[in-house]
Design a protein around this ligand. Structure first.
Ligand code: MN
Length: 386
């Protein structure tokens, strides 16, 4: 024995029960405390074990309004994901405004916006944000507008690697081929569409299906079974005609003209291609031309350049593991004043002011006639000689 226990434990228990029974107020207090503990326990358990979709909608429900923010120059995956978040927010009476920095310029992105009759709100600074609480889709750290650094997102839904987190909710799945497939899962869980009690709007299903198609290059790049599951869920509600119109937009005259010049003026060195198309009205035509030319048989990397408003613009594509296109363009134009080029391994672009607004130029930017210097420089960069 370590010491003498005073009193019989059984008797102490009896006295406690006796006290509670004799004081109804205490009994009520104990009962209330037990119920509160139970409710809190269940709440906490649900909060941490409920499916992501449920936790996301619960987080949205705590807000009166939110700004659903897409990344700069949003693509179909970002636009469709934002539309899905807005639908989920509105289901719990939370006002949602879809916003984006940058521009919607690429023809595929413009077609998506026009065919699905979207109204997205462009922002330039954080002051333009429609609400204090921001939900990020298809990226996990705010960027591309003044004051982006100071924004602490409320929630984040994304499929890109990164450390960005939302204060109330984070679901980042880098293994997924698209953000749209994550949102499709949320909608299915929420009872929308097939087998559920809420209709899945055709516009939304079409957008999400196209978002998946676009981010996975029609189910051939970075695609997982999640994308196929989502597609089979979305398909019955999607509008085939609208899908076709987004996927095959009409080509404007300028784009076709620039493509034709790019094809005619191409110079080839082994597996590499460069082409200078002279003056252009829109830079998007350059990326369309680069997309087209890199598909030429035997070509693994292509750069198309053109002039607009006294600047030289370049757009490059690479399917060649030896050619990191972003770095290639950086290196090719390195040393020129105010040059701004970059990108990732497969895709790059940028601009550099032409001296005197293009009236005169250093030999490396001599773009008239044969554009020999410019071509030499680009080929050297692609060959890793710089
Ligand atoms: Mn995406």
């Amino acid at each position: 024995m370590y010491g003498q226990v005073s009193g019989d434990p059984g008797a102490v228990g009896d006295r406690l029960v006796g006290a509670v029974v004799q004081q109804p107020a205490l009994l009520v207090a104990v009962a209330v405390a037990a119920v509160v503990a139970l409710v809190a326990g269940v709440y906490l358990l649900r909060r941490f074990t409920a499916p992501a979709s449920e936790r996301f909608v619960a987080a949205l429900e705590d807000l009166d309004e939110t700004a659903v923010l897409m990344h700069p120059n949003p693509d179909p995956d970002a636009m469709a994901s934002a539309m899905a978040v807005a639908t989920l927010a509105e289901s719990v009476d939370t006002d949602a405004t879809i916003q984006y920095p940058g521009q919607i310029r690429r023809s595929e992105n413009r077609a998506f916006e026009a065919v699905l009759e979207c109204e997205f709100d462009r922002i330039v600074t954080d002051i333009d944000l429609a609400a204090d609480e921001v939900v990020l889709v298809d990226h996990n750290e705010p960027r591309g507008f003044t004051g982006a650094d100071g924004i602490e997102p409320y929630a984040v839904v994304d499929h890109h690697p990164g450390d960005g987190e939302g204060r109330a909710f984070t679901d980042v799945r880098p293994d997924h081929g698209s953000c749209s497939s994550i949102l499709a899962e949320y909608l299915a869980d929420g009872g929308y569409g097939k087998g559920g009690d809420r209709p899945l709007p055709s516009r939304l299903a079409t957008g999400l299906l196209y978002g998946i198609q676009s981010d996975t290059k029609s189910f051939t790049r970075g695609c997982t079974s999640a994308e196929f599951d989502a597609a089979s869920y979305l398909f019955p509600a999607a509008d085939a005609d609208r899908l076709n119109r987004i996927a095959n937009p009409e080509i404007d005259d300028e784009t076709l003209e620039v493509k034709s010049r790019a094809i005619r003026r191409r110079r080839v060195d082994g597996p590499f291609l460069v082409s200078h198309v002279g003056s252009i009205d829109t830079r998007d035509a350059l990326s369309s031309a680069a997309d087209e030319l890199v598909r030429l048989e035997g070509i693994t990397a292509a750069v198309v350049t053109g002039e607009e408003n006294g600047e030289l613009h370049a757009s490059g594509r690479s399917q060649d593991d030896r050619v990191h296109m972003g770095k290639t363009l950086e290196v090719a134009f390195d040393g020129l004043e105010d040059a701004s080029f970059g990108g990732h391994s497969r895709m790059g672009g940028g601009r550099v002011p032409l001296p005197d607004g293009g009236q005169t130029g250093p030999p490396e930017l001599a773009t008239d006639g044969g554009s020999t210097e410019l071509h030499t420089q680009l080929f050297a960069a692609m060959n890793g000689e710089l």
